[in-house]
Design a protein around this ligand. Structure first.
Ligand code: SF4
Length: 350
């Protein structure tokens, strides 16, 4: 294939979006923005990015940030392991690398939460190093460019695509080239519908366009069906506020706060008994609406009840949180957003 970099870069310099982390692409800025953007659209991530940089302008600020504040800054973005890894990695950079992210594609990948893609983005954009940054956008663009029907979820296929991305990468602008590919995937070679081939700078290179088969790519093998997990949510209100429980340090939603729950379908009687075990003599007020939350491999199917209770001392790992603490201190994962409005009201006391 003819080199794609010249038309791609010319298009990028004319059409790229103005983004705060592009204006000042320090390693810290690129790193935080790329982690935020992993599961989030640019428009949704921007306010988070700006608030983050106001609160934590340096890597040292991130390393020293109290956990609850860190979770608050991330509240709504989901996949909280990302923010925990950001802080772990920041602390490691202070301990091991003298406070500077290492200027090495390989060394960057030794840090928690930094995989090949993020390392490639930081190495190429901030340090000007030749490195690939291959995300879903880039895989889609290359699968169409080469009309390649390899399954892009297969690591061997991804390696082949990565080699092609590198073949085209110009030595004098690796960061711009990587960003241009991502931008093309986000703005022109769109997922889930017709790509905008008529305005694509690579339309004369593209094998899928030549064959009229753009929508056949990328090929993805069918994912395994998600496991269904019944969840019983026990929304309990006492004189000091709502009952919250801290999740275990490892696993799904690690270390975050949630309403008391059971990872099984409980009857009302069994739910009352579970509360009694905590020392809470509750009174059931109403059933909760059913809700569903989808994680990558699991679906939570939630039901439950709203309870009220008199004051009770709580075991370790549980707290009462009033409305202000819910707003400012405790981060409730998005999985519970169906129940969040109920928690702003104060139900009738026991
Ligand atoms: Fe994608 Fe169309 Fe450009 Fe090919 S020509 S890379 S399908 S937008």
């Amino acid at each position: 294939m003819k080199p794609i970099a010249p038309p791609l870069l010319a298009w990028f310099y004319q059409n790229q979006r103005t983004l705060p982390f592009r204006q000042d692409p320090t390693p810290y800025h690129v790193w935080v923005s790329e982690i935020m953007l992993q599961q989030t659209r640019v428009s949704a991530a921007l306010p988070y990015y700006e608030r983050w940089m106001e609160e934590l302008p340096t890597l040292a600020d991130l390393a020293a940030c109290p956990e609850e504040k860190l979770h608050k800054l991330w509240e709504g973005l989901g996949y909280y392991s990302r923010v925990r890894n950001l802080q772990k990695a920041a602390r490691m950079v202070l301990d091991v690398y003298g406070g500077q992210l290492p200027a090495s594609y390989e060394e960057l990948q030794k840090l928690p939460g930094i995989g090949a893609y993020t390392a490639g983005a930081i190495a190429s954009i901030s340090f000007g190093l030749p490195a690939p940054a291959v995300d879903g956008n880039v895989l889609r663009v290359f699968s169409r460019l080469y009309a390649d029907n390899g399954n892009i979820l297969d690591p061997a296929v991804k390696r082949t695509f990565t080699a092609r991305v590198l073949e085209h990468q110009p030595a004098d602008a690796p960061g711009d080239y990587n960003q241009a590919l991502m931008e093309l995937g986000a703005l022109v070679c769109l997922p889930g519908g017709e790509p905008l081939c008529d305005v694509c700078p690579l339309q004369n290179h593209c094998m899928a366009r030549a064959a009229g088969t753009q929508l056949d790519f990328p090929v993805k093998a069918k994912a395994k069906p998600r496991r269904i997990q019944p969840i019983t949510v026990l929304l309990v209100h006492g004189p000091q506020g709502w009952l919250l429980q801290r999740r275990p340090e490892k696993g799904l939603l690690a270390g975050l706060w949630q309403p008391f729950l059971a990872e099984e379908a409980l009857s009302e009687q069994a739910a009352l008994a579970a509360l009694q075990k905590l020392g809470i003599l509750a009174h059931c007020r109403q059933p909760l609406p059913a809700a569903k939350h989808i994680f990558s491999h699991i679906e939570w199917h939630m039901n439950g009840w709203l309870f009220t209770c008199p004051d009770a001392d709580l075991p370790k790992g549980f707290v009462w949180a009033d409305a202000q603490q819910l707003a400012e201190v405790y981060t409730l994962p998005g999985a519970f957003k169906a129940y969040r409005p109920l928690m702003t009201d104060t139900p009738v006391k026991f």
